[in-house]
Ligand binder design. Sequence first.
Ligand SMILES: [Zn+2]
Length: 390
Amino acid sequence: MSSKKLIIIKLLTAVLIITALVISARSFLAHRNYKETVVAGPSVTEVKTLGDYFEPIKNTVADCNIYILDSGKPGAIFFVIGGTHPEEPAANLSAEILAENATLEKGKLIVAIRANRSASTVTRPGDAYPQFYTIKTDWGEKKYRMGDRWTNPLDSWPDPEVYVHYPSKQMLAYMDIRNFNRTWPGKKDGSFTEQVNYAFMQIIKQEKVDLFIDFHEAELEYPVISTIVAHESGRNIAAMASMMLTDMEFEKPISMEFSPKSLHGLSHREVGDYSDAISLLFETPEPFLDRVRGITDEHLLLEGKDPFVQRAGEFGLLYETIDEDGWPIEVRVGRHCSTALMVAQIWNQMNPGKEIKIKNVPKYAEIIKNGVGHYFKNPANMDSDRIYYE
Ligand SMILES: [Zn+2]
């Protein structure tokens, strides 16, 4: 080949690569900067940000909104977070339903929708994840960022060879230094994600939180699924809630299990150990996360139907059942909302005089009937001072 031809081929290759880089960079940037709208509900008295509780976080990518729903009447203080793992959409959608709808008649509810905000600004193209998903509402479609399990490497890089958890010194997988549910209780001068957890611990302490709830979803191949994981301080509430929900509300059971004492960095362990709050973690099934899944798209994410996962179930390889109805988002969000309400109801029975009264949050059956989007208000009809961005 002549040297002239070679130069032309090299130039063409360079142009192709640069074009691909520009196209993908634009799409990554649009995803990272996309803003989700939240309409603050009737009981939201104040919207703080994480940086209000720990100054170094202020105005960084980690500085998520903290919605305060205060009844003005003394009672229990609950703190509910979604978005620990932003590839688990039922978690942030359930938290958003609380922030937009809950009416507090006694006590206080604090809500974070995008707890690890950085992890919601990156997704997993290598695993064919969609960048966005949309939820149908009564007034149109609402678009959300699909996130990842880990903090964005743009914000936290490089990972260590081995991640040594603070303060237990337990050695964990290297990438879990970016896993918001392996870095509790956090570290003031630690890694990016450890500082985010530290800031959340400041909320729990400064707001004197009585009970903390961390929403999650899990693959059906994983044994911790359809359950409430409870710190020992919350075992009675979790046991009662799982029995009541299984008996009265859910079509498929929800169990409870104890937080292992020797496994560190998880909210159900460290929040209970390092604060006065009872700590609970809820899991719903998300077939999208299963390794054996087929086409990884928005349909699978929201409808939870997959023939390959179903087939794995026929071979007894799963820890939760799945049929042709799948695990749609309404079922998953419905389970989270009802479980949170049931926990509040049982807390109230156990703590007379220090109740929390949460009204207008839809339960499991209602969300299945009306859809998740039915509970999101149209920002176009709202005063601008009620609108916030995640
Ligand atoms: Zn999770």
